[in-house]
Design a protein around this ligand. Structure first.
Ligand SMILES: CC(C)(COP(=O)(O)OP(=O)(O)OC[C@H]1O[C@@H](n2cnc3c(N)ncnc32)[C@H](O)[C@@H]1OP(=O)(O)O)[C@@H](O)C(=O)NCCC(=O)NCCS
Length: 242
């Protein structure tokens, strides 16, 4: 399910008051800051499976317990919203699906200093950091991270669970398939398809399609790793909607 941004940027709004943040690492701290800057909900606490940090405070917010106890903790804390703030693409996507199954609401964190076109479509559990720009007619899938200062230009699709790192520039009409990782400062020319679960190295310039599950680096970007599977197996592993 996606939210269509309107002229008043309603994709930023959430009907949820009390929110639990899954994960308590570096990315989760960024997400907390974005939620606080946006001021549209009340972060209640972090959940993290590292029991050593349970009971501690991270940036002033308590680590309440483990992610496994999400349903019970949400009930106890009267929290109805959840955001999965885990950097690993697969883990983030998988946990978001579990949150759905529990019946809690996935919310997005959109920094007030991000710029969204009025007709961009933004999924759930999306993080859009400060300075990110999403241009006209883009479609941003569930559980995507658009990190600090990245640019996603017109009519580009970003698939579920992808991570567009800080300073990345994706030109218009590109397709970033599910679970792709675009490393810091990389550039993608117009109309290119970045295959699902591929990795684009820091600073790479992608001028042609990238195969699913490949790793490419350099200018122009060339593969240093290809999927360790046959074409048929790779096709079978394609995430839904990729
Ligand atoms: C692409 C990347 C994932 C490869 O990591 P890796 O699989 O561990 O690969 P290695 O470090 O073993 O490097 C393999 C080769 O690729 C080269 N290489 C790796 N990353 C490169 C890059 N970004 N640009 C150019 N060459 C690169 C290495 O120099 C090495 O070359 P060699 O075989 O001639 O010695 C990683 O280097 C990278 O760029 N990560 C991006 C991280 C990032 O953006 N983080 C931001 C988080 S918000």
């Amino acid at each position: 399910m996606t939210t269509r941004a309107t002229l008043d940027n309603s994709a930023r709004k959430t009907a949820t008051d009390r929110v639990l943040i899954l994960g308590a690492g570096g990315h989760a701290r960024v997400v907390l800051d974005i939620l606080q800057q946006a001021g549209l909900c009340e972060p209640v606490g972090f959940l993290d499976n590292n029991a050593d940090i349970h009971g501690r405070r991270v940036d002033g917010l308590p680590v309440i317990g483990g992610i496994d106890a999400l349903a019970d903790i949400a009930k106890r804390e009267h929290a109805d919203g959840v955001i999965v703030a885990i950097g690993d693409n697969g883990a983030r996507r998988g946990l978001a699906r579990q949150v759905d199954q529990i019946g809690l609401k996935l919310i997005s964190a959109i920094h007030p200093a991000a710029t969204l076109a009025h007709n961009a479509t933004i999924g759930r559990n999306v993080v859009i950091a400060a300075g990110a720009i999403v241009c006209a007619n883009c479609q941003i899938g569930d559980s995507v991270i658009l990190n600090t200062g990245c640019i996603v230009d017109y009519q580009t699709m970003v698939g579920e669970g992808s991570h567009i790192c800080p300073g990345v520039r994706v030109a218009g009409r590109a397709k970033v398939e599910a679970g792709a990782f675009l490393g810091i400062g990389s550039t993608v020319v117009p109309g290119v398809t970045i295959g699902y679960e591929s990795v684009i190295g820091a600073g790479a310039v992608v001028i042609e399609d990238v195969s699913p599950m490949a790793t490419v680096v350099g200018i122009p970007a060339t593969p240093i790793k290809l999927a360790n599977a046959s074409e048929e197996e790779v096709a079978m592993l394609a995430p839904a909607g990729a």
